[in-house]
Design a protein around this ligand. Structure first.
Ligand SMILES: Cc1ncc(COP(=O)(O)O)c(C=O)c1O
Length: 425
């Protein structure tokens, strides 16, 4: 290969900087090993497939997982459920969200955050994200009405929200806080685990999350009454077993976590810190390797409310325009670097409110408008209601940081980024 060839962008016919594509971005999923196998076999051999009983005397894996999760997050309670969405629905019931209650959600989050509000009978109100790509406390304040009951900070793409400002707002206005930690399990803000700030914290263990049992979720709280309510909602049998007074019982459904999932999630939880350490190390190297070109070109990295608490699952930087971001991402992909932008009006992506079609159109299963029929004021969703979020997300270039990237992969990633940003930045 000539010097000229290696400097030429791969998209223009040069040699790709990276020899092979990124490893699959399933941090915990790719780490599944003997411990997960042993846990599953243990459950199967004991025929203890259900958390509350089985033929033998073995302990429930779901109960063990709850205890381990609560200990890890520093909360008094945890409730294991079947998905992240289930954790949000149960958590929303736990904090008492009901018909017509407004819940403020960010413009950038997986649609499940908003549809869980709808499932609980609440009304999602969408607020802007700021340079962190997370809930902007100033816009949250503007969106508070007499009907607002809760704020849902979502720690998207691994990074912590501005929890100080959001908790202060919640206190000032008497609002509940439900944290969606689906994408930032193991992250923290000022040294405190994400999920332990709000009245309730909700996690997903779905396959592309940092740790996984394929599907699964967890609710954490330190408020006994929130725990009781969450528990009753997620499990009628459990509620009865906990022997609440008949007067205390509320209608519940069934989102109980199966033992087989808990058997996988337990060793995964033990892997969490190691995975995050590996991603942090790689992200640090990538950022350091492109600092010179980003400084010279005035390319800004995504802001961090607390960089120490970032789980480092990705690196994000902003270009001057959406066109430049799209070109840079395309050029990076040609270098074998799995890059993308975070919003395009033409590509359906349920992570951005403008594409939440059923929410935007207030379409649910019941005829007559679902929870919106209980709205205490007129609710309207418009494509352009959060213009700053769309601008930031459209200009963002996003790269996964897999814990499986080798030193060579990282070096080649840095080389490719330098090549592309030098030319297109
Ligand atoms: C931010 C966010 N919230 C909620 C969810 C829902 O989790 P699950 O897919 O486990 O229902 C996800 C993931 O899919 C997510 O990314």
């Amino acid at each position: 290969m000539t010097q000229v060839d290696s400097q030429r962008l791969a998209i223009q016919g040069g040699a790709p900087a990276k020899q092979k594509p990124d490893p699959p971005m399933y941090p915990g999923g790719m780490a599944v090993a003997e411990e997960e196998e042993a846990g599953v076999l243990e459950v199967l051999r004991a025929k203890r497939l259900f958390r509350y009983y089985g033929p033998g005397e073995t302990a429930s894996k779901a109960s063990q997982l709850e205890a381990a999760f609560a200990a890890k997050k520093g909360t008094d309670y945890a409730v294991a459920v079947t998905s992240g969405t289930a954790s949000l629905v149960c958590g929303l019931h736990g904090i008492g969200i009901g018909p017509g209650d407004e819940v403020i959600v960010p413009a950038y989050t997986w649609i499940a955050s908003a549809s869980a509000v709808v499932a609980a009978g609440g009304i999602p109100v969408v607020a802007e994200v700021d340079g962190t790509l997370l809930l902007d406390p100033e816009d949250v304040e503007r969106k508070i009405t007499p009907y607002t009951k809760a704020i849902m900070p979502v720690h998207m793409r691994g990074a912590p929200c501005r929890m100080d400002a959001l908790m202060a707002l919640a206190r000032e206005h008497g609002l509940k806080v439900i944290e969606d930690v689906a994408q930032a399990n193991g992250g923290s803000y000022q040294g405190k685990p994400l999920g332990s700030f709000g009245d309730v914290g909700c996690f997903s263990l779905q396959f592309n999350k940092i740790i996984t049992s394929g599907e699964g979720g967890m609710v954490v709280t330190s408020d006994e009454s929130v725990w009781k309510r969450t528990n009753m909602y997620h499990d009628v049998i459990g509620a009865l077993q906990l022997k609440y007074g008949v007067d205390e019982l509320l209608c519940g459904v069934n989102y109980r976590m199966p033992e087989l999932l808990a058997a996988v999630a337990l060793p995964q939880l033990a892997r969490l810190d190691g995975l995050i350490e590996d991603m942090r190390q790689r992200k640090k190297m990538i950022k350091a390797g492109i600092e010179d070109v980003t400084n010279r070109k005035g390319i800004r990295f995504r802001e961090m409310a607390d960089a120490e608490g970032d789980t480092a699952i990705c690196t994000v930087f902003f270009m001057d325009s959406a066109e430049k971001a799209a070109s840079a991402a395309e050029a990076l992909r040609a270098e074998n670097i799995g890059a993308g932008t975070l919003y395009s009006p033409d590509e359906i992506d349920y992570h951005v409110y403008a594409h939440w079609v059923p929410i935007m159109n207030q379409r649910v299963w019941a005829e007559g408008g679902g929870p919106w029929r209980w709205a205490k004021r007129e609710i309207e969703y418009r494509q352009d209601m959060c213009p700053r979020s769309l601008d930031l997300l459209g200009r963002a270039v996003h790269l996964n940081v897999s814990p499986l990237l080798t030193n060579e992969d990282v070096e080649e990633t840095v080389e490719g980024l330098n090549k592309v940003l030098e030319e297109l930045g």
